[in-house]
Design a protein. Structure first.
Length: 170
């Protein structure tokens, strides 16, 4: 076992090339994700809900809802207390959004910081949550996804309005 551990450590060090890459934290995050998704899949199979399909309409809701919720969690100023243990504030980044740096201390803390501050990374988790929601609580999930989709649409309309207003003033 010691030889295997040493081999993994050497390979990880070679991979990192001196950079601070929290590979151990990534392993914990991937294990948690796989465990949650696997458990949900097993429960769905036992309950007979694993054959449910997501309609094209629900997929559109889930797509827009995933975009909005991932962005809300990872970039919104109001959700910064959720990210605070894993990130540090850097600057404002557009309407109601902030830019943050990932905390470097601790592999798990660093890995979670990268996850919760990246809307692209977080979208995988959010979409999986919506998928599980559609299996077990489709009505509630549809309502939540609809609300998030409406907010995403409103955001785009606000940005379009602001751009048109600025163009008219110039």
């Amino acid at each position: 076992m010691t030889k295997l551990a040493e081999s993994v450590r050497e390979t990880a060090d070679e991979y990192r090339q001196g950079a601070n890459r929290p590979l151990g934290g990534y392993v914990v995050a991937m294990t948690a994700f796989a465990g949650l998704a696997g458990a949900a899949g097993a429960v769905a199979a036992l309950r007979g809900t694993s054959g449910r399909r997501i309609s094209p309409y629900d997929l559109i809701l889930m797509t827009a809802g995933t975009h909005k919720l991932a962005r809300l969690i990872s970039k919104d100023a109001i959700t910064s207390p959720l990210r605070m243990p894993f990130t540090r504030y850097r600057d404002s980044a557009g309407p109601a959004e902030v830019t943050e740096e990932v905390r470097e201390d601790g592999e798990l803390r660093h890995a979670i910081g990268e996850l919760v501050s990246c809307p692209f990374c977080l979208a995988v988790w959010v979409a999986t949550g919506f998928s599980i929601g559609f299996l077990f609580a489709p009505r509630f999930t549809r309502i939540a996804a609809s609300a998030l989709t409406a907010v995403a649409g409103a955001d785009y309309l606000q940005l379009i309005y602001a751009n048109l207003q600025q163009s008219a003033e110039d």
